[in-house]
Design a protein around this ligand. Structure first.
Ligand code: ADP
Ligand code: GLC
Length: 468
């Protein structure tokens, strides 16, 4: 079975968040199953991975958007170093940028990617069994292959849409129709939702099946999907929930090259302590205090706006009996508030930026990982944390519900109910009790490292869906 994953991100080529981790791992694990040939198609970016690896040009052609012609080149990585075939689509002026997102004309950029991919497959007569589209950026593909005569060669190819994050739907105004490949006017309703072109809605309408990245998130989508709830209800017969896995080869404390000290289950306590000491020294924290961390985008769905209050409340209420470390960036007012707090409190360390190596060190060094998410489709951080012997303190929502049970019911972490600083700080108090209770913390470190979140199980579930 031949499967093409279409995505804007893929680790380690270009990563903004968990989408990259998933797309960088799922095909690798699918390819370990007999008879499966999974690969990734993504835009070309001006990134170190692209310059450090060797590529061959497998297609060179042209597409038309509005009145402009754009050259499309498809490059295939020669070494298959990631465990799957990697194809990069380059379109000078649109798909040759430094980063996946944040450009004023990104709707046109995403359209060009989808158009370019389908043009290449059609021209080269490449017909996969499944096109697996990730998030709204590739959500128009199921519509295009069924309705644009230019791609009639691909008609009937099965399409799966995965919702990693339904908060973003890619709405565009109707003048963007000029940039679409031609289709018959009576089909325009498939693009419409609430008066806009809505690529996520189109994906749900036109794909053969769609899935959310956890069962918990799927259930939430029926009630809350930024205006698309009724569409999810209507299309419920093709809706699935498949929890993400983690790449246990990349995220392995025994071999992780980013760590100061590697450790396994046998020497976990010693290994975590050594890493923590190093990190605390670097950031001016006292390693004898419990360390709570947050890693992530400063976005409303992550509850990042609650972080400043969580920081000062927890430090004041405990009279400074804990450390907090935050790694991330995003909304500017959150960045400013946290920066101010980092000057006032010596127990609080802040690193504003995106640093892959530092995230690994923090998962390994922390006692607790805090996730006050409002919306969390799956969440990978809590699984990385557990694999590195860290205890997750999470709001009970989406994928966090499916992966972190409360310790009071024999689980691996602490759950709290509402996305408020008060609830989060209350949960941190509970965490401190665990920390100070003789032996309890140590046994949690060990039992958390035993959880199996590997991709094998979820890859099997995707395969079942593809086969269906
Ligand atoms: P999302 O994709 O919504 O951001 P996930 O939990 O699925 O959330 O995945 C986040 C991924 O991004 C994890 O691999 C996490 O370690 C990483 N990450 C987030 N922020 C940073 C950062 N500032 N520096 C390094 N890694 C980060
Ligand atoms: C999204 C979600 C996150 C999920 C990730 C990978 O970015 O916000 O919860 O883990 O996609 O599926």
């Amino acid at each position: 079975m031949k499967i093409f994953n279409l995505s804007m991100e893929c680790y380690p080529v270009a990563k903004v968040g968990g989408l990259a981790d998933v797309v960088g791992a799922l095909p690798k694990y699918l390819n370990k199953i007999d008879g499966v040939e999974a690969s990734v198609i993504m835009p070309w970016y001006n990134k170190p991975f692209v310059h450090d690896h060797s590529f061959e040009i497998v297609f060179d052609g042209w597409i038309h958007q509005s009145h402009h012609a754009f050259q499309v080149q498809v490059m295939k990585e020669r070494g298959k170093t990631l465990g799957f075939d990697l194809y990069l689509v380059k379109i000078p002026g649109l798909l040759d940028r430094d980063n996946p997102y944040g450009y004023w004309d990104e709707s046109q950029q995403f359209l060009a990617f989808q158009h370019g991919v389908l043009h290449w497959l059609t021209a080269m007569k490449i017909r996969p069994d499944v096109l697996h589209c990730h998030d709204y950026h590739t959500g128009l593909v199921p519509f295009m292959i069924e309705n644009c005569p230019e791609f009639s060669f691909l008609k009937g190819v099965k399409t799966i849409g995965t919702i990693h994050n339904g908060e973003y739907q890619g709405q565009m105004k109707w003048d963007m129709l000029n940039y679409f490949p031609w289709f018959r006017g009576d089909k325009v309703g498939l693009l419409d939702w609430d008066g806009y072109i809505n690529p996520l809605a189109t994906m749900l309408k036109c794909c053969h099946a769609f899935n959310a990245v956890s069962e918990g998130y799927l259930q939430e989508l029926f009630q809350s999907l930024k205006g698309l709830e009724s569409l999810v209800q209507q299309e419920h017969s093709k809706a699935y929930g498949i929890i993400n896995g983690i790449d246990t080869e990349v995220w392995n404390p025994e071999t992780d090259a980013f760590l100061d000290f590697n450790f396994g289950k046998k020497n976990a306590l010693e290994g975590k302590w050594k890493n923590k000491k190093e990190l605390c020294e670097e950031y001016g924290l006292n390693p004898d205090l419990p360390l709570f961390s947050f890693i992530g985008r400063f976005a409303v769905e992550k509850g990042a706006d609650l972080l400043p209050e969580i920081v000062w409340k927890s430090i004041q209420q405990t009279y400074g009996a804990l450390n907090i470390m935050i790694l991330g960036s995003g909304e500017k007012h959150v960045e400013h508030q946290l920066s101010e707090l980092s000057y006032s409190y010596s127990n609080f360390a802040l690193d504003l930026g995106y640093k892959e190596y530092l995230s690994h060190k923090i998962y390994a060094s922390s006692d607790f990982l805090l996730m006050p998410s409002r919306v969390e489709p799956c969440g990978l951080n809590q699984m990385y944390a557990m694999r590195y012997g860290t205890v997750p303190v999470v709001r009970y929502t989406g994928g966090l519900r499916d992966t972190v049970q409360d310790i009071s019911t024999g689980g691996s972490g602490i759950n709290f109910g509402s996305a408020t600083a008060e609830d989060a700080v209350h949960a941190m108090h509970r965490a401190l009790h665990i920390y100070h209770e003789n032996g309890l913390m140590d046994s949690l470190v060990h039992s958390n490292m035993n959880y199996d979140f590997s991709w094998e199980k979820s890859a099997e579930k995707y395969l079942e869906l593809y086969e269906k």
